[in-house]
Write a protein of this length. Structure first.
Length: 104
């Protein structure tokens, strides 16, 4: 894996050999704006909102609040599906666990 960093020393590009795996775009203050794979699919960040871009277009994925994260559901569900997003010191999600602590 090859990692390239921008002038702010933030991760900008991840490659395996010469194959692009992910590219990261930031605002001038270092706030993450976008992460995308080689085909342009990925996530866009706008304040507390996260949008996902894929072949279906760009759709709202969820919002982050002081109390946690609200995800936009697709399809029909009954009951609650509680998940905890464990983050590193930069706020990037490192693991997702359910109520019993099982990694999802």
């Amino acid at each position: 894996m090859n990692f390239e960093y921008n002038i702010l020393n933030l991760l900008a590009v991840v490659k395996t050999g010469t194959t692009l795996k992910a590219s990261y775009t930031y605002l001038a203050d270092g706030t993450k704006l976008r992460v995308a794979d080689a085909s342009g699919n990925g996530f866009y960040y706008s304040g507390s909102l996260t949008h996902v871009k894929n072949s279906a277009g760009i759709q709202l994925e969820g919002a982050t609040t002081a109390s946690g994260r609200v995800l936009v559901g697709t399809g029909s569900r009954t009951g609650n599906d509680i998940r905890y997003f464990l983050t590193d010191h930069l706020g990037s999600v490192r693991a997702i666990v359910d109520q019993s602590g099982t990694v999802k």
